[in-house]
Design a protein. Structure first.
Length: 348
């Protein structure tokens, strides 16, 4: 099974990618609206087909990207039948199975943080995705959104702590840079529910946390009750001036064939050294030339009346040129992937 753990710094949210390496079918757990393009790029680069996005619960601190993935990739949205959310394709409960070959997950209902909290467990019981029910050395708060400390105690002790001690646990969040724990560790060392903690110990602890209200709750919960669907059912965060894609590294790229066909609509910026322009790879007619090492100081010379396409020998230096121009305030800029090597190979 292919596995990746992804992170959104703004909300301290972990998104998990699981895929069958033979069929290339993939699942995403707890996506983040603002990270949709990043995650789509990773799916593309790894040659994966997203079949489902899974939510561990209705989040209060970020908006899910589930609706965006369904709109763009046709994936199905999976939520708890007890979540109260509308618009999902598959509503699940305890014992249900999300089939994805070696990435297949079994649902365990773990309410307490919210009514619709779920833990997803791999078939071999080696990994579990606990959402906010059980965190690393912590547990999800129970003071809002149907929270119930008694229910959460039972969920953790009966549905999570009954997994093998070496089962790896992956939470929906961590605020201290921790990435993974095990059942055995949490049974021993979790200060809220580990050791010999009784139900009254746990509920007493949880009822006296005194935490501030989540900053994004008034935006996140209504949106997530619609699976992340924007109010008007559209999103326009992607550049529209050409067939732009964002790589997993965060670089905006545009198809060189499109550039050749729309040459008059863009400014091509060549960032190679002067001596390279007379080489075998040639130069694109009409391109502006500023070597990469001079670009920060000369960014004001780059025309801004048209989108800018950066090019170099292989597409590596020009990717950095895009970052420099974005920092300088050039909003419509993209890299030509593969650079002049690819341009010549395509016969452009």
């Amino acid at each position: 099974m292919l596995f990746r753990q992804l992170f959104d710094a703004a909300s301290s949210t972990y998104t998990y990618l699981l895929a069958d390496e033979t069929t290339r079918r993939a699942l995403l757990i707890d996506t983040v609206f603002e990270q949709c393009e990043r995650d789509r790029a990773l799916l593309h680069e790894l040659g994966l087909t997203l079949t489902h996005t899974l939510e561990t619960h209705v989040h209060a601190d970020h908006v899910t990207a589930a609706w965006r993935f369904r709109q763009t990739l046709g994936s199905k949205i999976v939520l708890s039948g007890r979540s109260g959310a509308s618009g999902a394709d598959v509503y699940v409960d305890d014992g249900d199975v999300i089939d994805a070959g070696s990435a297949t997950l079994i649902v365990r209902s773990t309410p307490g943080h919210t009514n619709g909290c779920l833990t997803y467990v791999t078939k071999d019981l080696s990994m579990a995705f606990t959402g906010d029910a059980l965190l690393i050395r912590s547990a999800g708060r129970t003071d809002f959104q149907q929270g119930d400390a008694h229910a959460l105690y039972r969920s953790i002790t009966e549905k999570i702590f009954t997994l093998p001690d070496d089962c790896l646990l992956y939470p929906a969040h961590d605020y201290a840079g921790r990435t993974v724990t095990t059942v055995g560790e949490e049974k021993s060392w979790n200060p809220r529910i580990g050791g010999e903690a009784s139900e009254s110990d746990f509920t007493g602890y949880m009822q006296n946390l005194g935490l501030p209200h989540p900053k994004q709750i008034d935006v996140a919960v209504p949106a997530n009750l619609q699976c992340g669907r924007p109010e008007h059912g559209t999103t326009a965060d992607k550049p529209t001036w050409g067939p732009i894609v964002r790589t997993f590294a965060g670089v905006l790229e545009v198809d060189p064939v499109w550039v050749a066909e729309h040459r008059s609509a863009v400014t091509v910026l060549d960032v190679r050294e002067t001596g390279e322009l007379a080489g075998d790879l040639g130069r694109i007619d009409g391109s502006v030339h500023i070597p990469l090492g001079e670009l920060r100081a000369r960014a004001g010379e780059v025309p801004r009346d048209k989108p800018v396409v950066c090019v170099c020998r292989s597409g590596r230096r020009s990717a950095q040129a895009c970052a420099i121009l974005e920092h300088a305030g050039v909003s419509d800029v993209a890299n030509s992937p593969g650079g002049m090597i690819r341009w010549r190979a395509l016969g452009l």
